[in-house]
Design a protein around this ligand. Structure first.
Ligand code: BG6
Ligand code: MG
Length: 218
């Protein structure tokens, strides 16, 4: 059996940061004079900060100069950083730590594969950084999911063939990226939404260690 590696998305897989992204985008929308709903926030999952702002401005039918655009990106992020600052280990989603501990005990490489440029401070805040052998995040990529770049870089860093990588993702674009990279994709969340995934689980509490052992081949 070939060596395997595991890649975790961050937002929506390890921690539920979508609510903080939502509050920060909503504040910006309200400041600009329009509403931004939780349903609309669904479109932002797995999507880069820049693309999110483009969608937000489309929703509000707002034209912006490059300078305004850049200022709003910074403003939104400053709000978001204030939420992150208050995070601690209690925000780790249920049973995520159990899976990470198991993989670490088996000496299986673990990488983060996230679109976020704030991935490292979040992992530090929730005290999970030591589990990750490699961090590939929004600062390391030029292409957004569903482009497979983020996961292919992670595979390369782990020195594991893409076909032997297993990806946990909560976003449609992320499952697409894993599939495009020819990796095993595991959808965390609504199976109807993540129907392209190879396997689906509501959350990590549904994942049995026996299932992980089968993937790992131990
Ligand atoms: C993704 C989130 O993980 O990161 C998106 O699902 C977010 O909602 C993107 O827009 C970029 O995050 P950040 O932290 O760089 O603004
Ligand atoms: Mg996500």
């Amino acid at each position: 059996m070939q060596k395997v590696g595991f890649i975790f998305d961050l937002d929506g897989v390890i921690v539920d940061t979508a609510k903080y992204h939502y509050r920060a985008w909503k504040k910006l929308a309200n400041d600009l004079g329009f509403e931004f709903t939780e349903e609309q926030n669904e479109l932002f999952k797995g999507v880069s900060r820049k693309r999110c702002l483009e969608i937000l401005l489309d929703i509000g039918a707002i034209e912006a100069s490059q300078e305004q655009f850049d200022t709003w990106m910074v403003e939104k992020n400053l709000d978001y950083l204030a939420y992150i600052d208050a995070m601690d280990a209690s925000e780790i989603l249920p049973d995520v730590s159990k899976i990470l501990k198991f993989l670490e005990n088996q000496n299986i490489p673990i990488a983060l594969g996230s679109a976020s440029k704030n991935a490292r401070p979040i992992l530090e805040k929730v005290k999970l950084l030591p589990y990750f052998d490699f961090i590939v995040d929004g600062n390391s990529v030029t292409e957004a999911k569903p482009n497979p770049e983020v996961f292919l870089i992670a595979a390369q860093k782990m020195n594991v063939e893409p076909e032997c990588c297993i990806v946990f993702e909560d976003a449609v674009a992320g499952i697409g990226a894993a599939n495009n990279a020819k990796m095993t994709s595991i959808g965390i969340g609504d199976a109807d939404v993540l129907s392209e995934a190879d396997f689906n689980f509501r959350d990590f509490t549904e994942i049995d260690l026996e299932f992980i052992k089968e993937l790992v081949g131990v």
